[in-house]
Design a protein around this ligand. Structure first.
Ligand code: ADP
Ligand code: ZN
Length: 344
């Protein structure tokens, strides 16, 4: 069983397919052998040892394996991947299959975008976050010594293949990171999706429904405008929490906390009804997402939000839930109000 939807990126004038199913990758790769001269898989050590061992015996397919973790979003790893592509003799008629979470997706997607000025690639997201979020939207890149994602490109894959087999051994913590983004998608688009999500987060429909929310938004506008800002629900605070915690708090976990605190701001400003505010808190709870966090340094926490590149005037901007599943408003909230509400 698999389901496929078409993703149209108007800004790029191109489209590609997003497919979700169980145990579908191998078959897709077999078919690709008829179309492409050479195929290389890029993945990380963890995913390689858990799922990709048997590609070892496939002489038509090369493999580039990098270290897992954020440190791999670096110039060194990019250089390593590009050199491996050359060593394997990849040409413009070759295919790069990127199998991994957000880290591998970003660095290997970027490598595909610059190798010989751009070569075909597939995203095969292996984490829940990547399946419903980071693999979609064409963002690729690495970190520099000055910050995260400072070098990169918008570059779309030819296909996104979400194979549910990869979720079988995904650690619980990673599942929760995905759930936070999936809940965010319910809050933006349709709160009816929440029940299915709670019941079976790793099901084909949960993944597809959530992915669709992101797909619909990036289709409208691939280059960071209007609706794309709705995806920032919970994220203004999440980014500040990641920094405040010295990145000890994972992104998804920070998003859960961010959704909670931003709902508090929304409620404190009188923008969301009490029952809807409670609905948001209950939703986080039902999904088993932890929201306890003590801000270590409130002053720098506020500074992180002001310095967020999305703000024109250094007043923090939020995508606040007004009606769950129906209405989001993108607005600035004064430092005074934030401080008052969060310290109340
Ligand atoms: P994301 O940014 O999507 O959360 P990362 O690329 O940082 O993902 O991956 C998080 C961690 O989970 C990495 O250590 C990675 O090797 C591991 N991982 C990724 N996919 C799987 C999977 N399907 N099963 C088990 N571990 C995985
Ligand atoms: Zn996020």
């Amino acid at each position: 069983m698999k389901k496929t939807i078409k993703v149209r990126h108007r800004n790029f004038g191109s489209s590609y397919k997003y497919t979700v199913g169980r145990d579908i990758l191998r078959n897709e790769i077999s078919k690709a052998k008829n179309k492409y001269r050479k195929i290389v898989i890029v993945t990380d050590e963890t995913i390689d040892s858990l799922y990709l061992n048997d590609f070892e015996n496939d002489f038509e397919i090369a493999k580039v394996v990098i270290k897992p973790g954020e440190q791999s979003k670096s110039f060194q790893t990019l250089e390593y991947i590009l050199n491996e592509f050359s060593r394997f003799g990849l040409k413009r008629n070759s295919l790069v299959v990127v199998v991994g979470g957000g880290v591998v997706g970003d660095v290997a997607g970027f490598a595909a975008s610059v190798y010989m000025r751009g070569i075909d690639f597939w995203q095969v997201p292996t984490t829940l976050v990547a399946m419903v979020d980071s693999a979609i939207g064409g963002k690729t890149g690495i970190n520099t010594e000055y910050g995260k994602n400072l070098a990169g490109a918008f570059y779309n894959p030819k296909k996104i293949i979400s194979d549910l087999i990869f979720l079988d051994k995904l650690p619980e913590k990673e599942v929760k990171n995905g759930l936070a983004e999936m809940f965010k998608h319910c809050l933006i688009a349709d709160k009816k999706l929440l029940d299915g999500l709670i019941e079976n987060p790793k099901s084909l429909d949960s993944v597809l429904n959530s992915a669709k929310v992101k797909i619909k938004i990036v289709e409208k506008d691939v280059l960071e405008k209007k609706e794309r800002k709705y995806l920032n629900v919970g994220h203004t605070i999440a980014h500040a929490i990641e920094k405040d915690s010295n990145f000890e708090i994972a992104h998804g976990q920070a998003v859960a906390i961010g959704i909670m605190l931003e709902a508090q701001i929304s409620y404190g400003l009188g923008l969301v009804k009490k029952s809807d505010y409670e609905y948001i808190l209950a939703g986080l709870n039902k999904l088993g997402l932890e929201t306890d966090y003590t801000i270590r340094n409130f002053e720098s926490f506020i500074e992180f939000m002001r310095a967020d590149k999305k703000n024109a005037e250094a007043v923090p901007t939020f995508a606040l839930v007004i009606v769950p599943g129906k209405k989001i408003a993108v607005l600035e909230v004064s430092i005074d109000n934030i401080t008052k509400i969060l310290n109340a």
